[in-house]
Design a protein around this ligand. Structure first.
Ligand code: OGA
Ligand code: MN
Length: 375
């Protein structure tokens, strides 16, 4: 363990926050030598191979959603974190651009909800993509130009819409969950040993190069026996996975574009955070395949399609400096329903915070903000 990280662990209280600040620090930049890089395989003493079930997802079904055959996935576990599965970019070459376009062009559309809806009218947030095209594609004029709506996008919720104030989901805040993302999630969870996963809620986070996501536990879902899925696209990130207590020292790992994380079992309710966005290393950027990738058009029922040159021009420019993370959650267990009365809204330490450079950073004061809306 690097010297700096080791000395922090010894000092005791709220070790997680100290390590969060260590990796967030700009000057001087931290030592990244302890950060696990799963794309390099089992090169770390905590990293173990994870066993998946290749028989439950056919190669054709995997290709429909842009995934490699399950037998080719590089899946890992981490010693000390039962139920945590890291799949190092299982996407087919050329299929990530489709998912990036869904995140930037499709999922921010109504009826889904985004941070801009908190202070703008529905007509103003109607066509975030269309209204951003001009500003994003024109070369900088030299003057400071207003940010496009796409650049101001911070989060989108899908399905059961997460309420940032009450930290709850509810029956009457629901819109249909995207069918393509359901298929992708169902196949990955099935391969990981969780048949019958219901994709019911999604939270998409949009990170600029100086954004971070505060320390939290995802505990608002009513059934914690179901896994939580996380997908990363664009720039890389440092992800910290801790324990059930803030005193437990977290493990740092890179998340690169295309990486998928499954938090299940005992790892479903662990503290975690994203202290830092880091540039994607060479060879980790999603590429659009020219012409037709035969794996993407195996049959008519394919979900992933080639995106247009124009769409890719905008998406590739956006992810040159940004990261998008999609989390997919099952909220209710089989046969479960929401309580009649909304349960008492307990405020716990587990609330998440996203910090952007243009809003006051409250990490220093130790006060966690209640929502990650930057309005
Ligand atoms: C979340 C989350 C992690 C990430 O949205 O709950 O933990 O990698 N995201 O952005
Ligand atoms: Mn989370």
């Amino acid at each position: 363990m690097a010297k700096m990280a080791a000395s922090m662990v010894e000092s005791g209280e709220d070790v997680f926050r100290k390590i969060f600040k260590f990796y967030k620090r700009r000057h001087p930049p931290p030592d990244f030598s302890d950060v696990i890089d799963f794309s390099r395989g089992v090169k770390h003493d905590k990293v173990v191979q994870a066993k998946l079930d290749p028989a439950v997802v056919s190669d054709v079904d995997a290709a429909r959603v842009g995934l490699q055959p399950v037998r080719d996935w590089r899946a890992f576990g981490l010693q000390g974190y039962p139920g945590f599965i890291f799949i190092s970019n299982p996407f087919l070459l050329g299929s990530q651009p489709f998912w990036v376009r869904q995140c930037l062009k499709t999922y921010p559309q109504k009826p889904n909800i985004c941070n801009l809806d908190m202070h703008m009218s529905p007509s103003e947030t109607q066509d975030i993509w269309g209204k951003s095209l001009h500003g994003l594609s024109s070369p900088p004029s030299g003057k400071r130009e207003p940010k496009t709506l796409l650049e101001r996008l911070r989060w989108v919720t899908l399905g059961y819409h997460y309420n940032w104030d009450t930290k709850t989901y509810s029956a009457n805040q629901y819109t249909p969950f995207p069918a393509d993302l359901t298929l992708l999630s169902v196949q990955i969870t099935a391969a990981c040993g969780f048949p019958g996963f219901n994709a019911e809620a999604g939270i998409l986070n949009y990170y600029r190069s100086d954004s971070s996501l505060g320390i939290h536990v995802d505990e608002s879902e009513l059934d914690h026996s179901r896994p939580l899925l996380s997908f990363s696209f664009g720039q890389s990130a440092i992800f910290l996975l801790g324990g059930t207590r803030r005193q437990d020292p977290p493990t740092a790992m890179y998340m690169h574009s295309g990486d998928v994380m499954v938090m299940s079992g005992q790892s479903r309710l662990l503290y975690h955070a994203v202290p830092r966005i880091v540039p994607a290393p060479q060879g980790h950027a999603p590429l659009k395949m020219d012409g037709c990738n035969p794996a993407l058009s195996l049959q008519d029922s394919t979900v992933v399609e080639q995106i247009s040159e124009q769409d890719w021009a905008v998406c590739s420019k956006y992810i040159q400096s940004s990261r998008v993370n999609m989390t997919v959650r099952q909220v209710l267990g089989p046969g479960q329903s929401f309580p009649e009365e909304p349960s008492h809204h307990k405020k716990t330490d587990a609330g998440r915070t996203v910090t952007y450079h243009d809003e006051p950073a409250d990490e220093e004061s130790g006060k966690m903000k209640r929502s990650r809306c930057d309005c």
